[in-house]
Each structure stands twice: as C-alpha cells, then as structure tokens.
Design a protein around this ligand. Structure first.
Ligand code: EPU
Length: 437
C-alpha cells in the first residue's frame, strides 16, 4: 500500500507543468522571501520518530523532498497535520505508533535523506530495513561512515541485494566515533541514533553545517543532552525519554546564495527576507570579490550587482564554513558573464559539474580538467533547451535562463522542485518572465 504524496502532503501540487520556460534579459527587482532550509527540515522531520509526543516544525519549505519524506513517515505510521500561518507552512508530526518495517522502497530511493531513518528507527525500535537511499547522482555517495558508526554503537548492519538490514535488539549503546571525513548525513544519522543510545556518544570530526546545529537544537528542545553544537566534536548523553517540541526551521542559506547571485547576474536588486549572511561562510568573501553586493537588513539581506560589475574569481568547495558545494553550480552560472577567468575546484562530490554541458549549450565558455572547472566570461548567453540533472544544476540553469537572451526551456523539473520552494512563482513576483508549461 503506497501512501500517495497528495495524502501525506496535501499542499503538494504535482501537476503544475513539467517544463519551465524563461524569457531572459529582465533584471530581477522585488522581494524574494527565503524559505526554511531543505537540508535542515528533512533530518528535523525524521527526529520526530524519536518521541511519541508531538513535534511541530514551522517555516517548512514546500518542496518535493518534504512531500516524499512526509509520505515515508506516514507509511511508517506517523500522523501528520499541516497548517499555514504567519510562520509559513507548519507540520505537526505524531509518531506514537511506528511500524519500523513499513518502509516504501519506491520513496526511499527518491531521496538521499531517507538514510537518516536508519539511525532514528534503530534508536526508536531497535530495527530498520530499508533500500539503499537515492538522491542526486552527483557522486559515489557511500554510506560506509553511517554504517561504521552504527556498528560502533552495537548495531548489526548488513547490506544485501541493495537492502540495508540493521538491528540492535538490546538497544544501541554510546560509543566514541571518529568520522573519516566530516560527512553531513553521517553526523546527522549518528546524532539521531546517539540520542536514543544508552550512555555517552562522542562524534569526532563531525560536520559543522548550520543544518546540523539546527537539528541538535531541536533535539535539545526535546530534552536531549548534546554538547559541542556547531563544533567538530559532538557529545551526546543518550537514553532518556524525549518530549515533544516546537521548532522553526533554519532559513535556507543555499536558496539565499542562489538568489543573491540571481540579483547580481540580472543586474537587478532583490530584498531577501530571512536571508542569513552569517551562514554563508567563506562564500561571503567570494561573492563580494565576484561583484555580488550584500547588505544586512537585520531581518534578511539586500543583494545587487556591485558598481564595478561581475568579476571572475577562484574558489574551492569544502565543508562548512568552506564554500558550500551546493552553492557551486549557481555561482558558476554567475561567473559565465564575469570578466576574466574563474577557477572552481569541487572537492566534495566527484560528479558535480553536470550543469556544465547545459551551460555550454547556452554559450558559456567552460573547460573541465579533473575536479577543476575553468570559466572564461562571455559577453552574453543565449536561450536553449536544457535538462536539469540535480537540484543545484537546476538552479544554475534557471539563473542562466534569466540572464540569457531569448527563451530557455528547462526540463527535469523534479530536481528543482526537490529543493526550492516555489521558485518560479517567487521569481515571477520579482519581474521574471517565467512560466511552467
Ligand atoms: N561520504 C562517504 N561515505 C559516507 C558518507 C559520505 O564516502 O558514509 C562522502 C560522500 O560521497 C561525499 C562526502 O563524503 O563525497 C560528503 O558527503 P556528505 O555525507 O557530507 O553529504 P550528504 O549527507 O550525502 C548533504 C546534503 C547535500 C550536500 C552535502 C554536503 C542533505 C540531504 N544533503 O549530503 O545536499 O551537498 O551534505 O554539504 O542534507 C543538495 O542540497 O543539493 C545536496 C546534495
């Protein structure tokens, strides 16, 4: 019995057109509200599995990934109540009855974040059976760090025929875990598991992305004892019963960066309520050097092109506070029209240049040498038919289309919908000529 997305997430509109047509060349001017973060809301929704009490999340982005995860949780037995108010979309999740085996394989393989069910279900019921997770095809994306950490906590984990079987009949126990690399997903998974484990868990070389701190703050509000939030060393004293919580999802720093680039790229000016400049990390300096002017307004930011124009810059992606890999593709779109040559090194994922071929169709001058892309700025881009290959590639192509002459038609819109809340509508409200067909 599959749970349809429409039942789990009634706000989701699946039939709003599979292609996006953009007539470029109009500057963006207006207000583009920044939504809750895609990569924060998913682990937050999963955290509701750790308690039989109600967890309410506010400022939830209305994205396809949220709808898919809602369907997965509903299938597991969670009840979900959605509402819309001054804090945007909210969901209240009640997980007092959970059937750990009721996993929908079709939904799991649609998103990477479903791997987080492993840690949460093990903590909750001592058992988890799920297919290998899906998500963007941007690299190998192993789960060996997740599995090693859960095994250190006493779980038996076997992977056979693409299915993960994990059990911890006597419960998980605290452990000292050193991550080989600061993986975002592994840190979140082990944090969720550690909260339900008996004793103290230390996660060293933990990822420090703001979305992890957001998860940890919510778990704390639920009664978890977590120290070292925002650092490379998280210490969790687990095992105590958790209560419910009400938590506002952190604003999306990637959507913010994408739209800051869009304002500068189209030579317009965007007011970006909830845009958090303090979460940009080193990207703040890169944007400034590239000609993206940002002003803090206290409750958000204003973005526009600097008077000196767009200038080529070099950057290297890295774990937070390094330049976020999720900002790489939209920033590359910006640099296609910058003067001079830019060099972009992608160090997180092996296949995160799939937008380059599509940008080239539009006239961009980009050469790839291994993990480095060299972008020579051109005078203009031309509209073309292009295909979105992952969520950030999709954002890069929207930007390129907004700044190009003529019409750009994007297909593969599921990718855009997975991560961006109402992007086409929000852009249209800022003067873009953009329609779903
Ligand atoms: N890795 C392993 N083994 C593991 C885990 C990770 O080898 O067990 C490797 C990965 O293959 C990758 C690197 O470690 O080369 C970093 O991966 P990480 O685990 O940090 O990434 P993730 O948890 O799979 C999350 C975001 C991504 C974002 C990355 C990096 C979610 C749902 N996804 O992925 O978001 O790019 O962290 O910041 O939070 C996106 O939003 O477009 C997106 C892909």
């Amino acid at each position: 019995m599959n749970v349809p997305l429409a039942s789990a997430a009634p706000w989701w509109r699946p039939d709003s057109g599979h292609r996006l047509a953009i007539r470029g060349g109009r500057p963006l001017n207006g207000t583009y509200p920044i939504s809750g973060a895609k990569n924060a809301v998913l682990p937050l929704m999963v955290s509701a599995l750790l308690t039989p009490h109600l967890v309410t999340l506010r400022n939830v982005p209305a994205t396809l990934d949220v709808a898919v995860l809602a369907a997965l949780l509903q299938r597991l037995g969670c009840e979900m109540h959605w509402s819309t108010g001054s804090d945007g979309l909210s969901v209240t999740i009640c997980a007092d009855r959970v059937e750990a085996r009721q996993i929908d394989p079709g939904l799991v393989t649609r998103m990477r974040a479903s791997v987080l069910l492993l840690g949460a279900l093990l903590a909750r019921s001592g058992e988890a059976v799920l297919p290998m997770p899906g998500g963007d095809a941007i690299g190998l994306r192993g789960i060996d760090f997740h599995v090693a950490g859960l095994r250190a906590m006493g779980a038996t984990v076997e992977i056979e025929g693409g299915v993960i079987h994990a059990t911890a009949p006597g419960g998980l126990r605290g452990a000292d875990i050193l991550l080989p690399q600061p993986s975002v997903g592994a840190t979140e998974n082990l944090l969720l598991a550690a909260v339900g484990a008996d004793g103290t868990t230390t996660i060293r070389n933990a990822a420090r992305e703001p979305e992890i701190a957001d998860l940890a703050q919510c778990l704390r509000a639920m009664g978890a004892a977590i120290k070292g939030i925002g650092t490379h060393r998280l210490t969790v004293r687990g095992g105590s019963a958790l209560k419910g919580a009400v938590h506002g999802v952190l604003p999306d720093r990637i959507e913010f960066a994408t739209m800051a680039c869009a304002a500068a790229f189209t030579d317009g000016m965007l007011v970006l309520p909830n845009g958090r400049m303090d979460l940009l990390g080193v990207a703040a300096t890169t944007f400034e050097a590239a000609g993206v002017d940002l002003y803090d307004t206290g409750d958000g930011a204003i973005a526009r092109r600097s008077k000196s124009g767009l200038t080529g810059v070099d950057f290297v992606t890295g774990p937070y506070p390094g330049f976020a890999t999720d900002m790489q593709a939209p920033t590359m779109a910006l640099l296609t029209l910058a003067t001079g040559v830019s060099a972009v090194d992608e160090t997180i994922f092996e296949q995160r240049f799939r937008h380059v071929d599509e940008l080239r169709k539009m006239g961009a001058d980009i050469a790839i040498h291994g993990r480095t892309a060299r972008i020579r700025g051109v005078r203009r881009l031309n509209g073309a038919s292009v295909t979105c290959t992952d969520v950030r590639a999709a954002a890069a192509l929207v930007l390129a289309g907004l700044g190009a002459s003529g019409e750009t038609v994007l297909d593969g819109l599921d990718h855009l919908d997975r991560g961006y809340d109402g992007m086409a509508e929000k852009l249209a409200a800022c003067g873009a000529d953009i329609t779903r067909q």
